[in-house]
Ligand binder design. Structure first.
Ligand SMILES: [Ca+2]
Ligand SMILES: [Ca+2]
Length: 152
């Protein structure tokens, strides 16, 4: 019975730890969502946005679910790089955080790698949440994402 009590305490601590993590706050100029800090880049190419985020020790953000996408949409100007591209393998969108995108919301007919635009390998998200692939050298804003503990 005692063992069950100890297990219970550990489980309680684990659950509480998961829901009330006090990992600090985002510095001025960054917005917080869950345990991450977000900051919009300038209006620039995908590679420049990615480089700007790297210079901040952050990654070009890729939404991993609808809630995160909806948060990022509040930073749209006028749309956002989503931080995932299929540069290496056409049709397989890999994200800057090293994951294959776990959340996407492609507009009907997208991604279409439109050859009339010189090919399209970089994802953007629009204000309604729809995704499109556009030419990576075009300009958009992006969002840099960094775990809040990285600022401690
Ligand atoms: Ca493509
Ligand atoms: Ca497209």
């Amino acid at each position: 019975m005692a063992n069950f009590c100890i297990l219970g305490v550990f489980l309680f601590a684990f659950v509480v730890g998961q829901t009330t993590a006090d990992c600090g706050e985002c510095p001025e100029g960054w917005l917080m969502f869950r345990d991450f800090c977000y900051k919009r880049t300038g209006y620039e190419s995908y590679m420049d946005a990615k480089a700007d985020c790297a210079a901040l020790g952050a990654q070009l953000a890729a939404p991993h679910d609808a809630d995160e996408a909806n948060f990022m949409i509040t930073m749209i100007h006028p749309y956002l790089w989503v931080g995932c591209n299929d540069i290496d393998t056409e049709g397989t969108f890999v994200c800057c955080d090293g994951t294959v995108s776990t959340y996407t919301n492609w507009r009907a007919g997208e991604p279409n790698d439109a050859q009339s635009n010189g090919g399209e390998d970089c994802g953007v998200i629009y204000g309604n949440g729809d995704y499109n692939d556009i030419n990576c050298s075009w300009s958009s804003t992006g969002v840099c994402k960094k775990h809040v503990t990285a600022f401690l």
